[in-house]
Write a protein that binds this ligand. Sequence first.
Ligand code: ATP
Ligand code: MG
Ligand code: MG
Length: 282
Amino acid sequence: GRLLGNRYEIIEKIGGGGMALVYKARCQLLNRFVAVKILRPEFTSDEDFISKFKRESQAAASLSHPNIVNIYDVGNEDNDVYYIVMEYVKGRTLKQVIKERGALEADECINIGKQIALALQHAHTNHIVHRDIKPHNILITDDSRVKVTDFGIARAATASTVTNTGSVIGSVHYFSPEQARGGYTDEKSDLYSLGIVLYEMATGRVPFEGESPIAIALKHIHEDVTPPSVINKHIPKALEDIIMKLIQKDQSKRYNNAKEILEDFNQALKQPMGDFVKIDED
Ligand code: ATP
Ligand code: MG
Ligand code: MG
């Protein structure tokens, strides 16, 4: 196949999002598989996208954690091909898992949720906000290890960082109210998005759907969430409490940090899974 950077042999396309295409490749020097994310050609003349792509690479490369996809290399071929080389994760995205199996068991929700929280704790401690936490960016290996990828909108969370108010980047189904408003986003936005991901794992669906991105964004800002146990009565109260605290519209009512979530997950695991939320059957 095609050779990038004199060492990465492209094997096959494995996916593609709004900004880039992802290929499985083999590093000929180290003789191992890698994932290569190549910026879509229609964007390589756009300086905004190039700087976004570089920012994504640098933010992700500064992190080193077992639950975060490792960045190995970046490159720029003379013919305007920009790429980022990362750890190849054999498995499926959480989106695929939910699509195939519907709502997951409570212990699996907690197992996956804990690993995402560990990834966020590491990133947030290093002042990196992900800003695009969604099931497409959660890779799950066959032995249930979680790797968070695509720090596509992540950048160092400094006081001067104010997000764009223009075009919609990322998936609005997982946007926090403050993100939906196009305002300042920080670590607490990632916690809200994690709450939506947990909600989807526990119930098999996201809390807000709509005709347009704007309609969905408005629901995140204004509409009350149907408690997960109304959709799936098997959800333990401890898990429902964690989800509801993560998706508070008021930032100050959410968890303060990922570490606090981990403490509640561990508490939830100590409680028998039979301790379900009681709801009226009639
Ligand atoms: P968006 O552009 O909104 O971020 P996306 O997250 O679906 O959308 P990409 O981040 O480009 O797009 O990833 C596309 C797909 O490639 C993923 O859904 C996943 O299936 C696959 N993929 C991404 N990174 C890896 C990796 N490191 N190892 C294996 N597969 C990967
Ligand atoms: Mg992605
Ligand atoms: Mg992306």
